[in-house]
Design a binder for this molecule. Structure first.
Ligand code: SF4
Ligand code: SF4
Length: 194
C-alpha cells in the first residue's frame, strides 16, 4: 500500500495530559487497591500471608509436593516395579531398575532394586501417582525442601522411603491446622534426607 493512498486512514496519537504523562491516574488507582487491602486486613483480618518460617504454611489438601515411596504393613516398599509411573511421567524424571522379588515376598514378582526421581526435573503433575496400580508413589505436601546441588535433589529409594517415614502421620490431607512447632515434615526430614 502506498503512503498517499486515499483509503489510508491517518490516526493521530492522543494528546496526553500532564497527569497522564506521569501516570498519575494509574498510580492513584494502584494506591486505592493497596489501601483497600490494608483496610481489609486491619478491619476484617483477611491476610492470606503468614510469618513463615515462624508460622508454618499449610498447603491446600490437593497440593502436590515432594514424592514419597509408600511402605506396606511389613515395612517393605509397596512398589512392584511395574514401570507404569515412569511410562506416564511426561518429564521423564523417574528411573527404576526392577529385580526379581526375594522368595520371602510371595505376593509379588518384582521389586524396585533402584528407584530414582529427579525432583528438579519433575513438574509435579501427579501423573505418576495416578498411574500407580498399588498406591506406592504419592506426592506429599512438602514444599520447602532445598538442596545445594543438583545431586541433592535427585532422590533415591532410601530418600523417597524416608519421606514416607516422616509424612505418614503429617500429611496435609490429614490435618487442617499447622503441625505443632518443631514437628513439621521439614524439620523431621532434616536428618534422614540430606
Ligand atoms: S509428578 Fe509428574 S513429572 Fe513428576 S515424577 Fe510424577 S509424573 Fe513425573
Ligand atoms: S511406583 Fe507404582 S507405578 Fe511406579 S513402578 Fe512402582 S508400582 Fe509401578
Amino acid at each position: 500500500m502506498r503512503l498517499d493512498d486515499p483509503k489510508l486512514k491517518k490516526i493521530e496519537p492522543p494528546r496526553l495530559s500532564l497527569a497522564d504523562r506521569f501516570f498519575l491516574p494509574q498510580v492513584a488507582a494502584g494506591l486505592l487497591v493497596t489501601g483497600k487491602h490494608i483496610l481489609d486486613v486491619l478491619i476484617k483480618d483477611t491476610a492470606i500471608t503468614v510469618q513463615y518460617p515462624e508460622v508454618q504454611h499449610v498447603p491446600s489438601p490437593v497440593y502436590r509436593g515432594v514424592h514419597r515411596l509408600n511402605k506396606d504393613e511389613e515395612g517393605r516398599p509397596k512398589c512392584v516395579a511395574c514401570m507404569l509411573c515412569a511410562t506416564a511421567c511426561p518429564a521423564h524424571c523417574i528411573d527404576i531398575v526392577g529385580a526379581t522379588a526375594p522368595e520371602s515376598w510371595p505376593d509379588r514378582e518384582k521389586y524396585p532394586e533402584s528407584f530414582v526421581i529427579d525432583e528438579l526435573r519433575c513438574i509435579y503433575c501427579g501423573m505418576c501417582e495416578e498411574a500407580c496400580p498399588v498406591e506406592a508413589i504419592e506426592l506429599t505436601g512438602l514444599y520447602d525442601l532445598t538442596g545445594l546441588s543438583r545431586e541433592e535433589m535427585i532422590f533415591d529409594k532410601t530418600k523417597l522411603l524416608s519421606v514416607f517415614d516422616v509424612t505418614r502421620d503429617a500429611e496435609p490431607m490429614k490435618f487442617t491446622t499447622p503441625p505443632p512447632a518443631g514437628t513439621g515434615p521439614t524439620q523431621a526430614l532434616e536428618s534422614p534426607v540430606s
